[in-house]
Ligand binder design. Structure first.
Ligand code: GDP
Ligand code: MG
Length: 336
């Protein structure tokens, strides 16, 4: 997937449908020459709606629809029958999409859940039929309301990318290198409020249509000792159900000890991070052969899924993506 295909900002013109006119009809049939008013209401105009879709990972499809136009409501009809509603337009957007007004910059809402629907531009109300205007002094009102106009407004959609996977490792563990080899696209980090820690985000394409986001947060370990506040700021930007990928190079003297140190640093950074699922990648494993790997196995920490990978030689990366995807999705399903 080429980099330019990842779109995290679009400006679109939304035009909602006008409401239908209320009817000014009078009942008339074989036995009633001039009955009372029975004009139905006009139908509501079509809304423009955003719907969260976890299988959509960019605003690209929305960008191709610069002008989004919903349908007009139908006019009311005799026999108090309401006109059909105008057709809504539903735009599928990635989770984390923020909708703003282009003119004022005001944030309307954020889409966070799969299947969540929110109206970005409301359709016009249908006009009321003449049956509503009957009074004691006017039994046969000829008046019916016109439908409300649709609205035309420019909106901004912005994608706030939340990470599904956070990388945890000391400097030189191979975090940046891994991110660079598995990343299909890099979101811009415009609207993130990181001040001390700027994450490098990478979007990983997984088996065709799926994707997930990895964050390398340089300094998460180094900053562990400085102030508690950072942890919460960081947590706001990773998914509630993110996976932590611990990374330790294969030539580390004591892998088990290094793992314990990392765990402890993480705990100082923010204890909540220990509740997240984690897996361990032994990095740079192109430097060891099978025999050496076997010798290393007894030295690995217990109770954590561990994979040997090499970003440089592209070893074990598919298995790593499979494992991450499996954990991310187990968590997603549990949430539903
Ligand atoms: N042999 C080998 N070297 C690697 C591999 N991944 C990273 N490195 C090297 O390890 C060093 C540190 O990597 P980097 O990704 O910058 O680590 P970071 O500090 O965790 O981001 C660099 O010199 C990389 O070239 C790998 O898979 N195999
Ligand atoms: Mg780095």
């Amino acid at each position: 997937m080429a980099e330019q295909n990842f779109i995290d900002y679009v400006r679109i013109c939304c035009r909602s449908g006008a409401g239908g006119r209320g009817s000014a009809h009078f009942r008339r049939d074989k036995v009633t020459a001039k009955g009372g008013p029975d004009g139905g209401d006009g139908g509501r105009g079509g809304h423009i709606i955003l719907r969260g879709n976890r299988n959509v990972w960019t605003l690209l499809p929305v960008r191709y629809r610069k002008h989004v136009i919903a349908g007009k409501g139908e006019d009311g009809r005799e026999n108090n029958s309401t006109g059909a509603f105008g057709e809504d337009v539903i735009l599928d957007v990635p989770l984390g999409t923020i909708a703003k007004d282009d003119e004022t910059g005001e944030v309307h809402f954020e889409i966070t859940e799969h299947g969540e629907e929110k109206i970005i531009t409301k359709g016009g109300r249908g006009g009321r039929g003449n049956s509503h205007f009957k009074t004691s002094t006017n039994q046969s009102p000829r008046y019916s309301q016109p439908g409300e106009d649709g609205k035309e407004e420019w909106k901004i959609l912005e994608l706030k990318v939340l990470a599904d996977v956070g990388l945890v490792g000391f400097p030189n563990a191979g975090k940046s290198t891994l991110l660079s080899v598995v990343t299909a696209a890099k979101p811009k980090i415009a609207s993130y409020a990181f001040t001390t820690l700027t994450p490098n985000l990478g979007i990983v394409k997984y088996r065709g249509h799926q994707s997930f986001v990895i964050a390398d947060i340089p300094g998460i370990i180094e900053k562990a000792h400085e102030g508690k506040g950072i942890g919460h700021r960081f947590l706001r930007h990773i998914e509630r159900n993110a996976v932590l990928l611990f990374m330790i190079p294969c030539d580390t003297d004591n892998i088990k000890k290094e793992y314990d140190i990392l765990l402890n640093e993480l705990k100082m950074f923010n204890e909540e991070l220990l509740d997240k699922p984690r897996i361990l990648a032994i990095t740079k494993s192109d430097m060891v052969d099978e025999e050496l790997k076997e010798m290393l196995r007894p030295e690995l920490p217990k109770g954590i899924e561990t994979l040997f990978i090499s970003s440089v030689a592209q070893l074990g990366l598919t298995e790593l993506k499979d494992a991450l995807w499996r954990i991310i999705n187990t968590n997603r399903e549990e949430e539903e």
